[in-house]
Ligand binder design. Structure first.
Ligand code: CA
Ligand code: CA
Ligand code: CA
Length: 543
């Protein structure tokens, strides 16, 4: 039996070619305190390597036979320039140190690698080669220590075995951690993390930090997980770092996890807690869920032939008024000062049915909404009175935008494609931009006089039931009889008074719809004996 004994520093180097250490059947024993330096490749083709000391390799390290350690430290150190291929075969290395010459040099797996005690990633790139060799992984027991110097991270697949709940374990970098709790603990957890530079563009690219994560586990049921996910500054794309949240890819949809989220835009990570076992086994990414809605619209009620009046500005509530049926919007938008050109509060919704069909865009498909102000020039702004309305949405992809007003019929956009800049735009004053229910008798919006072909929202839904008909006339008349004042649904022209002008406006809407109807207006002998009022205008927005 051949045995090579190294009890002190051994340098193996060559002349013009990089030296190689090749074992074709012997036993190489590095005793405790021993140190092999190999400027080239270290290749254990057959036989045994028993490492109780240190092996430093500047080329490739390939174990195709047996590698073992005794009681010593057993460290493999990868240094030098260029790319070292690393493959420990089916055997385990106690301590692995990646300390290449510069950040552009690296280590790439050429098979699976198992590290039992400690990983030190000090300098250079380190990749498991996830795109070309998705099966390769760095594996370590949960008890192993992972130490990364600043900016270092492992690209690709890392598995921690012997998993137990309750302790945060590091995977691809200092800020890539997973903790599980409750249920039945997994036996192992795997993270595949691929930054943009390594091809990590999340599937169905919309708006995202250019890096993807795939989490999975073996075993375990009913547990929850806390995860922390890092990113590189260069991957931020069009996202605003202070808004970033995790997203998971579930059932063909990217779904934002708006809470609970913590962020660190200095150290560049996002974390969340309590994700379910089912969510855990998904692709994840990081993206800014706040979208800007550059939408404009007009209301027929306050339209005076040249502009929308702001007569009720002084009576506008300081808190959004849609916290009532049928809107049931519980947002806390409020102001201390009303924007001086505000016509009224409006409620803006983003709807995204899976089918992408407008008929399916019911309120149950809402992925975010917010109350803001409609200004006299038609723009819809945040409560700050200046910036285009913006809010968080929980799904990505093409969407419908709905604008609702408390006593006008709502309107919905046609399908608007999503984009990577986090914005949607729609001008509701253009008929072609507004969805019309094919079975609706009238247009979804009404032509405004003196406005060069612009359209406004139908006025007169004084009882806010999604239709303008004789019952609204009755509601206005009742309000007149009660001499109500202030911010009233029955003030359908927003004139700051409820009077005969409001009755006339509702009637003119109904008769206008009747004369424009595709089909004849409904005749209902029970509702009203004034046949001119028996028509009605229905909202084209799915309920
Ligand atoms: Ca940052
Ligand atoms: Ca009504
Ligand atoms: Ca009025």
């Amino acid at each position: 039996m051949k045995r090579i004994l190294f009890s002190s520093l051994l340098l193996i180097s060559g002349g013009f070619l990089k030296a190689q250490l090749v074992n074709n059947g012997g036993t190489i024993l590095i005793e405790d305190g021993g140190y092999i330096f190999c400027a080239g490749n270290f290749q254990n083709n057959s036989g045994n390597v028993v490492n109780n000391g240190k092996i430093e390799v500047q080329g490739n390290f390939q174990n195709s036979s047996k590698y073992a350690s005794g009681s010593g430290e057993d460290t493999l150190i990868l240094t030098g320039t260029g790319t070292s291929l690393l493959n420990t075969g089916t055997d385990t290395i106690n301590n692995l140190q990646v300390n290449k010459s510069s950040s552009t040099d690296g280590v790439k797996l050429n098979g699976n690698v198992i590290v039992a005690k400690k990983l030190d990633h000090l300098q250079g790139q380190f990749t498991t080669d996830p795109l070309l060799n998705p099966g390769f992984q760095l594996q370590a027991p949960a008890t192993a220590t992972f130490n990364f110097s600043a900016g270092r991270e492992i690209v690709g697949k890392v598995t921690r075995t012997g998993w137990t709940s309750g302790t945060a374990r590091t995977f691809n970098g200092t800020n890539m951690t997973v903790t599980t709790a409750g249920g039945t603990s997994p036996t192992s957890v795997t993270v595949i993390m691929i930054p943009e530079t390594a091809g990590g563009n999340p599937s169905l690219a919309q708006r995202e930090v250019k890096r993807k994560f795939e989490l999975s586990q073996t075993g375990g049921t009913g547990f929850t997980a806390d995860i922390k996910m890092p990113y590189a500054q260069t991957e931020v794309n069009t996202n605003t770092e202070s808004f970033l949240v995790p997203w998971s890819y579930e059932s063909g949809d990217w779904t934002a996890r708006l809470t609970p989220v913590t962020r660190d835009s200095v150290n560049n990570f996002v974390s969340t807690t309590g994700i379910t076992a089912a969510q855990f086994g998904q692709e994840w990414k990081i993206a800014d869920p706040r979208y800007t809605f550059n939408v404009s619209a007009a209301l027929r009620g306050p339209w005076n032939g040249t502009a929308m009046s702001t007569t009720i500005n002084g009576n506008l509530p300081l808190t959004q008024p849609y916290n009532v049926t049928p809107f049931n919007y519980t947002g806390t938008e409020s102001v201390t000062t009303r924007p001086i050109t505000a016509v009224d509060w409006v409620l803006v919704e983003c709807r995204r049915p899976v089918s992408k069909l407008p008929a399916d865009a019911s309120s149950s498909t809402s992925i975010g909404r917010k109350a803001g102000f409609l200004l006299s020039n038609g723009t819809i702004v945040n409560p700050d009175g200046v910036t285009p309305i913006s809010f968080d949405i929980t799904k990505q992809d093409a969407s419908f935008i709905v604008v609702r007003h408390r006593n006008h019929l709502p309107a919905m956009s046609v399908l608007i494609p999503s984009n990577a800049t986090g914005s949607f735009a729609n001008d509701f004053t253009q008929l072609a931009n507004v969805y019309k229910n094919p079975s609706a008798a009238s247009n979804p919006v009404v032509l405004l006089s003196g406005a060069s072909g612009k359209y406004g929202f139908w006025a007169g839904d004084a009882n806010k039931n999604g239709a303008v008909n004789a019952t609204d006339v009755s509601a206005v008349k009742l309000a007149i009889s009660q001499a109500v004042t202030g911010y009233q649904l029955s003030d359908v022209n927003l004139s700051n008074a409820v009077n005969a002008t409001d009755v006339s406006l509702v009637k003119s809407m109904i008769s206008s719809a009747a004369s424009n109807s595709v089909s004849s207006f409904r005749s209902d002998s029970n509702s009203n004996n004034n046949q001119q009022l028996s028509g009605e205008i229905n909202s084209s927005v799915p309920e």
